[in-house]
Design a protein around this ligand. Structure first.
Ligand code: BGC
Length: 741
């Protein structure tokens, strides 16, 4: 299939006018000589990854696994950290095995290691590549100081269905933004390169298309057109590979009927041949075993054979390679050379990390002590958190409720998430200690002047239907001058295995909001959630709404910075907010259809019970100031596929405060050989402007920005008319047009 797709077409798809160089290969000699000494069992050991266990005091390990390490039957361990513990396990490998091959330690360092940063969806709302890269640099510094070599991140799965809980772990709905972030995160984790002791190997996941399970239900089948896959879902993985991601994780889902873990097409054809990935591929947790319930393998042996043949190098946690490969080789069903190929890929990373020179170089107690949760890391986390906050509503112009005065007399902080320490760090929070996170209540108390009396009531629980705390919350609200009301989902209601059929506030929180609103007091709603929620009622009634995701260790301080105006919010939604769950999947870069919406024509593409438009569009977010845009000006009204086009956008701070705006550039291909999206993001820049100040922002469009998978599945552009849109979100835009000759 798709033989005519060239490597060059795919590299071009990564939407950059530049290219990268691969490091020179100097290690194959060392890898080969080591390989020549290895028994089959030792080789298979390198293909096996097992988890450490968990205890209240931290990670521990069953004797059986330790014995596997001593026997050389396991080459990598995950969920083990701290300099001391990884050193202990490493000693087993290095001092007690025949060939002294060091272990590789992996861990899910997803949004910080000890210092927890906002969940990835929140970080994506910053649209700030430098800040995102820095967050992962810090995560890598902390993790590597605790003996970790390898993170199972970034997760770059495009997600357009908020029912799927893992949307929280990615960068949202957009291919371009997602690809920029994928690359930034790989750069952040891998720092100066493989072997830098302050860095970890990245593992881009989950390859591929894991973000599109049917009906948003976790682990469900993925079935999409090849065109959709290549145009929308593949580019972020490609961008991560291009940025040098050392490893890739296969996904749980099937794709076009074949589970990704056993998909030769995905792993060998697309990933290795087209994207030129040369690291190793690890399965997701027991996904080799899951080939049996998927119904493509009848038993352990056929599952192991299918996965290895498909190009899956390392088996996470299933133990199927360990159990089945020795016999498969003896029976001649699997060639040892196939195993050698995977072992080579894994050993190479161990060499690149410098583990053969010093297997303990990452397990450094002193570095651990001086690195973990440094004040400057906490400051960076606070900054990243502020940048991730999105102001969704602040009605009233000059009289708007936000920012609040620090001298307000009575401030009531209400809601089940107002003082919810555990929830602040969200899911996949690695070795983050939730007890060290700052709640909203604490952040507010630390920010206000001594003249302010801050009261607090929970109001209700996050879930459940008990009304016992409501009355107290209403009483406090009545006494207050202003109410800050924190509602949303529990920190673990998103992440893996957290699909929902409703996007409403869980429990009786909606009732709490309505009761507080009834008091007539000015209310600022602070949302905490890992996916868009359907908050139409709140939008219709509350004067101010802040989207704060789960902001991590410094959450409370960061939210207070925004509430009281010490920081002017600049976040923009990386995902569309529907009005009702029935609109999903809803995303801005949809197709026009043959019957685009006409309000008064029944037979056009719409619902009979709800409008088509979202509550908040992709790219949306307000500021305490306002910005006005002029229509984009193009350097020419024609271009050829060899030219670049300069797009200049004049933007003015038309309000009274200094602020930062994310200027967004979208493109529409008017007529194609296949249907094209109504618009696609092709550039963005963050710009800071003083009141009254104007700036001209320049973007450069080149042929790859106009390219897509054409009718014949070749990648490229097509001549014709294009529209260019610029604005502060995907809805409110000004436009210009040009022709591609
Ligand atoms: C998740 C992966 C994760 C792995 C190891 C799996 O359940 O899908 O994202 O890296 O566990 O913890």
């Amino acid at each position: 299939m798709l033989k005519h797709l060239t490597i060059f077409s795919l590299l071009a798809l990564m939407s950059s006018c530049a290219s990268t160089d691969k490091p020179e290969d100097k290690l194959s000699g060392s890898v080969d000589s080591l390989l020549s000494l290895m028994t089959l069992e030792e080789k298979i050991g390198q293909l096996s990854l097992y988890t450490s266990d968990w205890d209240v005091t931290g990670p521990t390990m069953r004797e059986g696994y330790k014995e596997d390490i001593r026997k050389g039957r396991v080459g990598a361990i995950f969920n083990a950290f701290t300099a001391k513990y990884t050193r202990e396990l490493q000693q087993l490998a290095v001092e007690q095995t025949r060939l002294k091959i060091p272990l590789l330690f992996g861990y899910d360092v997803v949004h910080g290691h000890r210092t927890i940063f906002p969940i990835p969806l929140g970080q994506a709302a910053s649209w700030d590549m430098e800040a995102i890269e820095r967050a992962d640099r810090i995560a890598a510094e902390e993790a590597s100081a605790e003996g970790i070599h390898w993170t199972f991140a970034p997760m770059v799965d495009i997600a357009r269905d908020p029912r799927w809980g893992r949307m929280a772990e990615g960068s949202g709905e957009d291919t371009y933004l997602g690809s920029q972030i994928a690359a930034a995160r790989v750069r952040g984790f891998q720092g100066k390169g493989y072997g830098d002791v302050g860095a970890v190997l990245a593992c881009v996941k989950h390859f591929a298309a894991y973000g599109a399970p049917q009906a948003g239900r976790e682990y469900h089948s993925v079935d999409m057109s090849e065109r959709m896959f290549r145009d929308v879902y593949l580019p972020p993985y490609a961008a991560a590979v291009k940025a040098g991601s050392a490893t890739v994780m296969s996904s749980f889902n099937d794709y076009d009927g074949v589970p990704a873990t056993a998909s030769e097409y995905l792993l060998n054809e697309v990933l290795r041949k087209e994207l030129k990935f040369d690291g190793f591929v690890v399965s997701d947790y027991t996904s080799v075993m899951e080939l049996i319930p998927h119904g493509v393998a009848a038993d352990t042996a056929s599952a192991a054979a299918l996965a290895l043949t498909a190009g899956l190098d390392m088996d996470m946690q299933a133990g199927f390679y360990q159990d089945a490969l020795p016999r498969l080789v003896k029976e001649g069903k699997i060639k040892e050379s196939l195993i050698d190929q995977s072992v080579r890929r894994i050993l190479r990373k161990k060499f690149e990390l410098g583990l053969f020179k010093d297997p303990y170089r990452f397990s450094d107690t002193q570095r651990e002590q001086s690195t973990v949760m440094k004040p400057e890391f906490l400051e960076a986390a606070r900054d990243m958190s502020r940048k991730s906050i999105v102001l969704l509503k602040n009605e009233g112009g000059d009289k708007a409720i936000l920012p609040l005065s620090k001298n307000v007399k009575q401030l009531a902080v209400i809601g089940p998430l107002a003082n919810a320490r555990r929830d602040m760090i969200g899911s996949w929070s690695a070795a983050g200690d939730w007890k060290k996170s700052v709640t909203l209540l604490e952040g507010i108390k630390a920010a206000v002047s001594p003249a302010t009396k801050v009261s607090y009531a929970k109001g209700c629980s996050i879930t459940g239907d008990s009304t016992q705390y409501l009355a107290e919350a209403i009483r406090l609200a009545r006494q207050a001058d202003v109410v800050v009301l924190a509602v949303g989902e529990g920190g673990l209601m998103t992440g893996e295995a957290a699909s929902r059929t409703s996007l409403d506030l869980p429990g009786i929180q909606q009732r709490l909001v309505e009761e507080i609103q009834k008091t007539g007091k000015p209310v600022v709603v602070v949302l905490m959630n890992g996916r868009p929620l359907t908050i139409t009622w709140i939008n219709d009634h509350a004067p101010a709404i802040l989207e704060t995701w789960y902001l991590g260790t410094q959450a409370g301080h960061a939210i207070a910075d925004v509430l009281f105006g010490d920081y002017n919010p600049s976040g923009k939604l990386p995902v569309t907010f529907p009005r009702v769950v029935g609109q999903v999947p809803i995303y801005y870069s949809m197709k026009n259809t043959g019957r685009p919406l006409e309000v008064n024509n029944k037979y056009t593409s719409k619902y009979i019970d709800e409008v088509n438009t979202p509550l908040y569009p992709f790219g949306y977010g307000l500021s305490y100031t306002t910005f006005s845009y002029e229509a984009p000006v193009l350097s020419s009204n024609t271009m050829t596929s060899r030219d670049t086009l300069d797009v200049s956008v004049k933007i003015t701070n038309s309000g009274s405060k200094e602020g930062v705006e994310v200027v967004q550039l979208y493109v529409k291909d008017e007529v194609g050989s296949v249907t094209r999206p109504v618009m696609e993001l092709k550039g963005f820049q963050k710009v800071s402007l003083k009141p009254g100040e104007s700036k001209e922002i320049h973007f450069r469009l080149c042929n790859s920005d106009l390219s897509f998978y054409r009718k014949d599945m070749t990648f490229g552009s097509e001549p014709g008319k294009f529209r260019v849109f610029a604005g502060g979100n995907s809805r409110d835009v000004k436009q210009a047009e040009f022709e591609l000759k």
